[in-house]
Design a binder for this molecule. Structure first.
Ligand code: SAM
Ligand code: SF4
Ligand code: F3S
Length: 523
């Protein structure tokens, strides 16, 4: 293979103006949500395209990248402390150490201030400049100091091609970026910019390529995917032409593309026969239209067959007073209505949500409303957070009047409350046969078993067993299932059926129904 001079340069052959014969090795540390995860994968593929190789430990890297999250103060602290740790590696190497960069939401928001905080930092980039990474690294390697690429892309068009590691059966597909909701507590509109959507035809082409490389499950990504399509003319006249949103008319209008059209277009595209599941995240109740709810119906009743039976719809609080101060523009009654309609169309659906506790002015009564909502809606999973004021947001101007102690207590109470709900829901699954898309070998190579029972029939607790290989995967309802098998076959990326034998905390355990590998079947 012949490499161009430019490519050789980037591959580090002439790095530091010396002839160093090793190719450049990179290490990426990711914090934050699935959007940052997808961005890190994109960075990795872009660097690999430049003949660089990933390494598992920062000590082995020539380039260290922190893809940081700013959503809460704690997340920023994590990125800053990682930076300090990596600087120790740099210092130890006495001039031959790695170059270090910060990207993601932290890079976008803190920009040049990061150089003041960490003068040893070599480069900063933002959420819209990931594709410039090779150029940024080239400039640092040419001797430039403090290189920064953190401007937002100001154009209203959004066009991209998904880049994922080869050989994967699952892929994140960005369909839109930014957020126009400006919830009063949230930093994301400042780190991800204004909302803009890709065109449906472009997304379809993209997914066709992914599926031809073996992808079986996609997760459509955006901060608020159900306002997808705003501003894009519906030239193909796809249905539904307009969304009926009982809460308020926001998001795409008549004559524009919308998210329900996208789901139906993916589901019915004959080129995508090998795509088995469509997931999406995240959504906002305000744009959660009737037409989107209808997509969850049985396929023979007009639903979208490949749509996973799972929905993550963040609610944030059970109290209308708090929701109003959060600028969520919906009331708890309408959220409950949406969930009831969904459950009536799709009784098995797995529901999850986000909750914030300790928002300014939240009283014990408001908090109780949140607990009541959990009882009523019986989520499988709740991601709960203590409110953290973010600079520049409207809520940061309110008095942060719930003490840290109270926030922590409420958070723990809410998590305990939800754990009891989830455990009951998971236990009810024992005996079910479930289809799982296998994601890989489980981190813990053991199974849990009910211990011995005493004379009163009480279990001595869960014990670890098995010498078999333990695999992990997810059901259509997004439940994690671990199962053990003696089979030497590589089950990664396969749909298999397991019988659930035990519910453990927030996961299920099952027995693989041997040799019942179901290919080409969704349910
Ligand atoms: N776009 C999604 C949505 O609307 O829910 C996700 C937003 S954010 C990346 C993920 C979650 O972080 C939010 O749903 C919210 O619960 C939480 N969050 C955002 N800002 C926060 C803050 N200032 N303090 C605590 N939690 C926060
Ligand atoms: Fe943040 Fe609200 Fe946008 Fe979600 S919808 S990203 S919580 S501003
Ligand atoms: Fe964090 Fe940015 Fe996601 S702030 S939660 S990484 S969009």
């Amino acid at each position: 293979m012949t490499l161009s001079i430019d490519c050789l340069w980037i591959a580090g052959v002439f790095s530091d103006n010396k002839l160093s014969m090793h190719p450049q090795k990179y290490f990426i540390k990711t914090f934050g949500c699935q959007m940052n995860e997808a961005d890190s994968e994109r960075m990795s593929v872009i660097l690999a395209e430049q003949s660089m190789t990933p390494v598992a430990e920062p000590e082995d890297a020539d380039i260290i990248i922190i893809n940081g999250c700013s959503v809460r103060e704690k997340a920023v602290h994590k990125a800053v402390s990682a930076l300090g740790k990596y600087n120790v590696i740099k210092k130890k190497s006495e001039g031959n150490g790695p170059i270090i960069g910060v990207g993601g939401c932290v890079g976008q928001l803190d920009r040049e201030n990061l150089f003041k905080r960490a003068p040893y930092l070599d480069f900063v980039f933002g959420t819209d400049t990931i594709d410039n990474l090779p150029e940024i690294i080239h400039r640092v390697r040419s001797g430039e100091r403090k290189v920064i690429y953190a401007e937002f892309d100001k154009s209203m068009d959004y066009s991209t091609e998904t880049k994922v590691d080869p050989g994967k059966s699952q892929a994140f597909v960005n369909i839109m970026k930014g957020c126009d909701k400006y919830c009063t507590y949230c930093i994301v509109p400042f780190t991800r910019g204004r909302e803009k959507s890709r065109k449906i035809d472009e997304v379809l082409e993209d997914i066709v390529k992914l599926v031809s490389r073996g992808v079986k499950e996609i997760t459509l990504l955006g901060q608020n995917v159900n306002s997808f399509g705003k501003g894009n003319e519906n030239t193909a006249k796809r249905l539904p032409l307009e969304l009926n949103n009982p809460i308020g008319k926001v998001g795409p209008k008549e004559g524009e593309e919308n998210f329900a059209q996208l789901l139906r277009a993916i589901d019915s595209d004959v080129r995508l026969a090998n795509l088995k599941r469509i997931r999406f995240t995240s959504s906002h109740p305000l744009d959660f239209s009737d037409e989107l709810i209808d997509c969850y119906a049985e396929a023979n009743k007009g639903g979208v067959a490949k749509l996973a039976k799972h929905l993550h719809l963040p609610v944030q609080s059970g109290s209308n007073a708090v929701l109003q101060k959060m600028g969520r523009h919906h009331q708890i009654e309408s959220y409950i209505d949406q969930m009831s309609r969904l459950r009536s169309l799709c009784p098995d659906i797995g529901l999850s949500t986000d909750m914030i506790v300790g928002f300014p002015t939240e009283t014990e009564d408001d908090f109780q409303e949140s607990l009541k909502l959990l009882d009523l809606l019986q989520f499988d999973n709740v991601y709960a957070f203590a409110y953290s004021p973010r600079p520049g947001t409207r809520a940061s101007k309110l008095k942060d009047d719930v003490s840290l102690k109270e926030k922590t207590e409420r958070l723990n109470r809410l998590l305990d409350h939800q754990l009891a709900i989830a455990q009951k829901r998971y236990a009810a699954r024992v005996g079910d046969k479930m289809e799982i898309l296998v994601e890989g070998l489980a981190k813990n190579q053991y199974m849990l078993d009910k211990g011995d029972r005493d004379a009163k029939g009480l279990s001595s607790g869960l014990i670890k067993t098995t010498t078999k290989r333990v695999w992990t995967g997810r059901t259509t309802c997004n439940r994690i299932v671990n199962f053990a098998t003696e089979s030497p076959r590589n089950l990664m990326g396969q749909f298999v059926t397991a019988e659930i034998t035990l519910a453990t905390g927030l996961a299920l355990q099952g027995e693989w129904l041997a040799d019942r590998v179901i290919e080409g079947q969704n349910q």
